[in-house]
Design a binder for this molecule. Structure first.
Ligand SMILES: [Zn+2]
Length: 369
């Protein structure tokens, strides 16, 4: 059994996911390493932050440098120098985000590479072959998310195709020790969401993801649809909410039984000078920090906060120094990883609801985009 549930409280779950590269304490936040790198950070820095699992991107790696090339170089772990767990997404989200460049049929999706315009084709079989070659610890099934707001007919067609593709993905061979997760879809219709969760639950996946949310819909809708699906998905297997990870999202997701989250937010906003601080975020490019000798966040003990002032990191941003991106990324990841740890530690101790409510109050005052 790759997943062990250790405690539950108020809908939240604490557990351990065992992969071929170690144990992941859940709930876990996964930093995103789109191109085989969490932007600006080294594997050592990720380890120091306590990262146990990160996300790699099938779409990007398949196009450049190519999965077969990575396989010849020893697989993705060796290629990027990361010895802990890696989950690879299936590329579905990226392919269908290309919008007018993509044509979808039951066989698969045809699109043009964003790099050089060359014609490309992803099928359930090819996407699983790519992830097999990469040697990730968790491979995601190929799926078709429905756009927001979309329409019911389109959402149903995408959902049914996702279910057929999931079966075809399961029929493929996995890499040794590789786990496979299916993705529940259903657009923004509650009944379709329930139908998709039931259909996926009947398949022999090692875990399940909730996909196609956080595409522009109101947050209340996101959480309601998530709740409908986690209530149906098998309790003995891990649940992964894809691409959703502001501090509030994390609190709400964990409260609804989510075990894994990923989001580019902490590293993406860091490169623009935005850092997460107690109750919101600040932009260090703002002139008010020009002589601020305090740390990025007084409540944080990360490398950036221990050694450097807001004024210094602001100076680095204004001067275009690469270290600015690195320090802000380290700090933002530290905030989300600590938030996840705080939630995890509270589960099963009888204090989860209290802890989650306090964190919610802290972060709700200044919502993030
Ligand atoms: Zn910090």
């Amino acid at each position: 059994m790759s997943f062990t549930l250790q405690a539950q409280e108020g809908g939240a779950r604490k557990g351990v996911l065992r992969t071929a590269h170690g144990e992941v304490q859940t709930p876990a936040f996964m930093p995103v390493g789109t191109q085989g790198s969490v932007k600006a950070l080294s594997p050592d820095e990720l380890r120091d932050l306590g990262v146990g699992i990160l996300l790699g991107n099938t779409y990007h790696l398949a196009l450049r440098p190519g999965a077969e090339r990575i396989a010849r170089l020893g697989g993705l772990h060796r290629f990027m120098g990361w010895g802990s767990s890696i989950l690879t997404d299936s590329g579905g989200f990226q392919v269908f985000s290309l919008d007018h460049l993509v044509t979808v049929a039951d066989e698969g999706a045809t699109f043009r590479s964003h790099l050089d315009g060359s014609p490309q084709r992803f099928t359930p079989e090819s996407v699983m072959a790519v992830q097999r070659a990469l040697g990730s610890d968790v491979a995601m099934a190929f799926d078709q998310p429905a756009p927001w707001p979309g329409d019911l007919r389109g959402a149903r067609a995408a959902m049914e195709r996702t279910h057929h593709w999931a079966e075809r993905c399961l029929a493929q061979e996995a890499a040794p020790g590789q786990l496979r997760f299916g993705i529940a879809q259903g657009g923004f219709d509650p009944e379709l969401r329930e139908e998709s969760a039931r259909a996926l639950s009947a398949m022999a996946f090692d875990g399940f993801a909730v996909g196609g949310l956080s595409l522009g819909e109101p947050r209340a809708t996101t959480y309601r649809l998530l709740q409908l699906q986690t209530a149906i998905l098998p309790a003995d297997r891990p649940r992964y909410l894809m691409g959703v990870g502001t501090p509030i999202d994390l609190i709400e997701a964990v409260s609804r039984g989510v075990d894994l989250c990923d989001c580019v937010l902490p590293t993406r906003i860091a490169r623009n000078g935005s850092v997460l601080v107690r109750g919101g975020r600040i932009n260090l490019r703002n002139a008010r920090f020009v002589e601020d000798g305090g740390p990025l966040d007084a409540g944080c003990d990360c490398y950036a906060c221990r050694g450097f002032s807001r004024a210094y990191v602001r100076h680095l941003f204004m001067a275009g120094e690469i270290l600015a991106h690195r320090l802000a990324s380290i700090h933002n990841l530290a905030v989300l990883l600590r938030l996840t740890r705080t939630l995890r530690d509270a589960i099963g101790g009888g204090r989860f609801l209290e802890v989650a409510a306090a964190l919610r109050a802290e972060w709700e005052s200044a919502p993030l985009p």
